[in-house]
Write a protein that binds this ligand. Structure first.
Ligand code: ADP
Length: 225
């Protein structure tokens, strides 16, 4: 469970400051697939970064799985983030000199034994439908497949919550659909909690709930039928 209370984020100071979030209250239930929508500049990415501990709010509180995460030291918060949260961004940012399999498990090696992570990486690549691509290099697979590698990489530590910031924005329609269906499958079959920022209205059909932001506040929300 993620609970955010009265989150505010002001960028900069004085006359040139931007009040990006003006008091957001939001809960994300375990196993939920939540989409955050709204026009450009409404605060979606800022909110995702705060919930995903990639940025700190100016004021407010965030509890993740019962931990008051803003009270943690920077080091503890970094560890919490690496061990419990996963991220997918618009660009997959894979390392070109590593194979698909290496891209998934090498970043996790700070946590433990290579053998365990190698096996888990192969399992994750099977889940995202890329078991035939393990020894390929990123430039030998499509952009949509690269994004699925990034999803497998984000899931290597079994994160409680997967955060995705416009994960389909650089994909063609068909690859975007494959990625969203994959998120749907991860959510339904594995109970993966997912918080996704998107500006695609049609993504609504894949998720449990949509929260719309407007000018740094929650404008409305809708549970999918
Ligand atoms: P969205 O994701 O909905 O497009 P953002 O969260 O990116 O919105 O931005 C919300 C507001 O905060 C916008 O006015 C944007 O210009 C501003 N903003 C975002 N990031 C920064 C930053 N690093 N520095 C200054 N202003 C920022």
């Amino acid at each position: 469970m993620i609970v955010a209370r009265d989150l505010q984020r002001i960028y900069g100071q004085g006359t040139s400051s931007t009040h990006a979030l003006k008091g957001i209250n939001l809960e994300v239930r375990p196993g939920e697939f939540l989409a955050i929508m709204g026009r450009s500049g409404s605060g979606k990415s800022t909110l995702l970064h705060l919930l995903g501990l990639l940025d700190m709010p100016t004021s407010g509180a965030i509890h993740i799985e019962g931990t008051d995460v803003l009270k943690l030291s920077e080091k503890e918060r970094g560890r919490f983030r690496l061990e419990r949260l996963g991220y997918v961004f618009q660009e997959s940012s894979l390392l070109g000199e590593l194979t698909v399999l290496e891209n998934v498990y090498l970043p996790a090696l700070t946590f433990g034994q290579e053998n365990g992570y190698r096996k888990r990486a192969a399992e994750m690549l099977q889940i995202v439908g890329l078991e035939e691509r393990l020894t390929h290099y990123p430039d030998e697979v499509s952009v949509g497949e690269q994004q699925r590698v990034a999803i497998a990489r984000a899931l290597i530590n079994r994160p409680k919550t997967l955060f995705a910031d416009e994960p389909t924005a650089s994909l063609d329609v068909d690859s975007a659909r494959v990625v969203l269906e994959l998120f749907g499958k991860l959510n339904k079959d594995l109970g993966q909690t997912i918080v996704m920022v998107t500006h695609e209205p049609e993504d609504e059909k894949y998720v449990d709930r949509v929260v719309w932001l407007k000018d740094g506040l929650v404008e409305k929300e809708r549970l999918s039928s």
